[in-house]
Design a protein around this ligand. Structure first.
Ligand code: AMP
Length: 618
């Protein structure tokens, strides 16, 4: 039996469960829905008009979590019990963030550099997934309170640059919060939806989305064609945002007043006071020419001009990302039809001006830059609810995906910049007779040797029925789903044996690492080709030796001693060349072994066929 609820936000009768759109931000989070009456995306607001929930968690003395504005108030007083910017920690290891720990006023644990980070508050340890789940749970509760109906289904947005681990972490956080996460959507895709782009099926447009939030910068180039969204390229920096503007101001004040940076950073309370005042100054300067504030007895000043100079290098960094994104999409500035501004930091006038100047266009900034992503998430939720099934979203993979084959070579199944959802499969076989298992190691990266790429996962397909080498047909399939999460399946086609895993890597890659991996693949291309050729030659040689030795063993009674001796010598020669490592000489030795074994191999085959036919009448 279902209950009828009256939606107090909209005043209408709520018949079906709503799927909400959630922008889980670094600084603030919010929820939006499609208004059942107006059919317009609407941000859920408290009775006082409040929509943003600061993404901050405060743990009180009894370890009870308080989320949002109440928690924000504790930033200054109890910095070690107040967790902010947790999104920066999602899917990361200590190794990934160790250069930024000065930024956190709470305790980020350095235990094992390769495992996911934990945050310590008092006696307790929390994973970023748990911490994010507290925020999501708070959003869920607020939405339920406003809508007067249970909320269990959601679309959550993530920066376009989020890798597998980070997307999975976001999904897990949703699950922990009691939400069925129907889709993880890229923030720039949501933003373009919010501006109504792509809703007209005849429209073809190339869009640049400039998203400068509190902690992350995302640059995306999208193309909309016939109602289909396609991300042509993404670029950005998960460690660049309004927080960095604040830090630049703090450093400026420290320098200007001859204060000790070390001492201030050590005193968590004082550092927090500086952080909060610097943010206040920044926001003030979006509409004013000068700012004055105090910490204790001391006065701190900043002019708009000074501020603009301070953030100039950071602005330049974002413009470089724009340039790179264009290049990756093989486009020039002139190809961009629309520029969309997203994120609270795009309220800074100089940010808008710089971006507008770069693209030579007026930028779209009519929607509230804090709400635009959540509004788009609500539209996506509506599409998933089946209310708008003419739209389809396509994204791309940032790095190539493949598996390790003989000799440590990377066999690429899904190339970088492939549209997702995407599927690819390829057949492999065994190297040895009776081999019952095969190891599938999954890698991400652009280099030819897997050791230069990043390992995502590994599993064994075991229980393959005994068959001669080369006979089993093992099909490895990669499926990158619409969330950008990879599912790897290995199936032995003759026996139907199958195994699969969802790839949840141990920890994420930083943007710098992604960039470095791409750069390395270009600078090392020549070397890679040579190494690959050598590895292939060695693999071929090893297989040839294996087959020949087996043949000798099986047929020694029908071979002459000379044939056996010559073959053994040729094998020795080939083995020597394999250790020397010259690919051309390996090939010559393979050919030599081939020449020697070919005549008797043919003879033995003929005899075998002859004896098989003996006594049979035609
Ligand atoms: P977001 O992550 O999109 O919520 O963006 C939050 C960031 O925007 C924070 O760094 C805020 O300090 C910054 N921000 C919000 N309002 C303003 C404003 N009026 N002027 C400058 N920065 C702002």
């Amino acid at each position: 039996m279902g209950k009828i609820s009256i939606n107090i936000a909209t005043g209408s009768i709520q018949k079906e469960e709503m799927i909400v759109g959630i922008d889980l931000g670094t600084t603030n989070s919010l929820v939006a829905i499609i208004h059942p009456d107006t059919k317009k995306p609407t941000v859920l607001k408290e009775y006082d008009g409040h929509a943003l929930v600061p993404s901050i968690i405060y743990f009180d003395k009894s370890n009870h979590a308080v989320i949002g504005d109440e928690a924000k108030k504790k930033l200054k007083e109890e910095p070690q019990h107040t967790i902010f910017s947790v999104k920066r920690l999602m899917g990361k290891s200590y190794q990934d963030i160790k250069d930024y720990t000065g930024f956190y006023t709470y305790n980020v644990i350095d235990d094992n550099s390769d495992s996911l980070v934990k945050v310590q508050v008092g006696e307790k340890f929390y994973s970023p997934i748990e911490l994010s789940s507290y925020i999501l749970n708070e959003l869920k509760k607020r939405a339920e309170h406003i809508l007067k109906t249970p909320v269990t289904k959601a679309v959550i947005t993530v920066p376009a640059y989020f890798n597998d681990a980070q997307r999975q972490a976001t999904r897990d956080a949703g699950k922990l919060a009691g939400l069925d996460v129907l889709r993880v959507v890229n923030e720039p895709t949501a933003a373009s939806l919010a501006y109504g782009m792509g809703l007209d099926k005849n429209e073809t447009k190339t869009i640049a989305v400039y998203d400068l939030g509190g902690g992350t910068f995302d640059m995306s180039i999208l193309r909309i064609n016939g109602g289909i969204f396609e991300v042509l390229s993404t670029n950005g920096d998960t460690n660049l945002g309004g927080d960095d503007f604040d830090r630049a101001i703090v450093n400026f004040w420290i320098q200007q007043n001859n204060l000790s940076k070390e001492q201030i950073e050590k005193d968590k309370k004082q550092y927090q006071a500086f952080r909060l005042l610097s943010e206040k100054a920044k926001v003030h300067l979006s509409n004013n020419k000068e700012f004055t504030g105090e910490i204790g007895q001391q006065q701190f000043k900043l002019t708009k001009n000074e501020f603009e100079k301070l953030i100039q290098p950071l602005m330049q960094q974002t413009m470089n990302c724009c340039q790179n994104a264009l290049q990756d999409a093989s486009l020039t500035k002139e190809d961009i039809d629309e520029v969309i501004m997203v994120g609270g930091s795009t309220r800074v006038p100089i940010v808008k001006e710089t971006v507008s100047k770069f693209f030579g266009k007026t930028v779209h900034d009519s929607l509230n830059p804090d709400e635009v992503v959540a509004l788009g998430a609500a539209i996506q939720a509506d599409i998933l609810a089946g209310n708008n099934n003419e739209l389809l979203l396509l994204d791309i993979t940032p790095l190539s995906l493949g598996i390790e084959t003989m000799g440590g070579l990377m066999d690429m199944l899904i190339p970088r910049n492939s549209k997702i959802p995407s599927k690819a499969s390829r057949q492999y076989t065994t190297q040895k007779d009776g081999q019952s298992g095969i190891r599938i190691a999954v890698y991400q990266g652009e280099r030819d040797l897997v050791k230069d790429n990043r390992k995502l996962a590994e599993f064994n397909l075991t229980g393959i029925p005994g068959m001669p080498a080369g006979l089993p047909k093992i099909e490895v399939s990669f499926l990158v789903n619409a969330d950008g999460i990879l599912l790897v399946t290995a199936k032995e086609l003759r026996s139907g044996l199958e195994q699969s895993i969802e790839v949840k890597p141990q920890y994420g890659l930083t943007d710098e690492e992604v960039e470095k991996m791409l750069l390395d693949s270009v600078t090392n291309a020549k070397e890679d080709i040579a190494t690959r050729a050598l590895v292939e030659a060695k693999t071929e040689a090893a297989q040839m030796i294996d087959v020949t030795q087996k043949f000798l063993e099986k047929n020694k009674t029908v071979l002459t001693q000379e044939e056996i001796d010559n073959t053994k010598m040729a094998i020795q020669q080939l083995e020597k060349e394999m250790t020397e490592g010259n690919k051309d000489q390996i090939h010559t030795a393979i050919e030599h072994l081939n020449e020697i074994s070919k005549p008797y191999a043919e003879r033995v085959m003929d005899e075998a066929i002859g004896s098989a036919l003996k006594g049979k009448s035609i």
